[in-house]
Design a protein around this ligand. Sequence first.
Ligand SMILES: *[C@@H]1O[C@H](CO)[C@@H](O)[C@H](O)[C@H]1NC(C)=O
Ligand SMILES: *[C@@H]1O[C@H](CO)[C@@H](O)[C@H](O)[C@H]1NC(C)=O
Length: 284
Amino acid sequence: MLTLFVSLSLSLRPRSRLLWWVKRGLLVVCVIYVSVPFMMRLFPDIIKHLVYSHRVSVPFFVNLSQPADLYLNHTVNMYLKSEQGISLGVWHTVPESQWKEAQGKDLEWYQDSLGAGIPIIIYLHGNGGTRAASHRVGLIHVLSAIGCHVLALDYRGFGDSTGEPTEVGLTTDTLYLYQWVKARSGSSLVVLWGHSLGTGDASSILHSLKRMKSRLLILHAEDDHIVPIHMAQQLYEIAQSAQNSENQVKMIPFAGSLGYHHNGLYKDPHLPGIIREFVHTLAP
Ligand SMILES: *[C@@H]1O[C@H](CO)[C@@H](O)[C@H](O)[C@H]1NC(C)=O
Ligand SMILES: *[C@@H]1O[C@H](CO)[C@@H](O)[C@H](O)[C@H]1NC(C)=O
């Protein structure tokens, strides 16, 4: 389709440029409406790839088994088996204050540390790329700096995890990690942090664990070009009516002028304070 537009533009004389742009604008709209359902029927695999972008290994040349290369020197890389034939790559980062103690420690030390009563955040990342993407590593740094454990997984088919992504599979992987953490967390608080696709996942988990008492904090940049702010507003309203109490659900928008778009919230200087306060309200 794109090639067709380019060759059209070359064959047109300058005075018809404006008309051409108008026509092209209309044409693009039609093409999008017609071709998306059409393509879905013809190329389900391509669409799946576009939606999850799971094989795009961003950033390139990162060895996921060496998180210390990304200044995560208090992190262990491990593989969990969420079901037969599915191996998931997971990073466990301990609170930054423990970085010295963590040097050279084995999986057992990391697992034992989960039961020490310190809040644990399970980070469910969004579409595309791996747990090593810079905004994800940035968020892991923020969360560990405020004194939390962070578990960041690549769902099946993402990063170095095996298998192919499906909606059911992503939920299975997330629930598996949640239960794995719960089996080791003792009385430590466990928080789910979902981003984008991960947010959908976090809500389906809330759905699956109906009896779990939950609070929800929605953080959204007003200039998010991938998930528009009105969708966050909608989620807020739905969650609020489901919870029957205004205190349980909170939404904090970030001004568009800050330029965070879809991935930049981790840079906000107020974020550590916001999360600390939220985690504090959750503490038993
Ligand atoms: C990645 O790191 C692991 C552990 O240090 C090592 O065994 C493996 O060979 C590395 N992989 C690549 C592609 O360099
Ligand atoms: C390890 O990570 C911590 C926290 O990010 C940092 O303060 C420290 O300088 C790092 N140490 C080394 C030896 O890289």
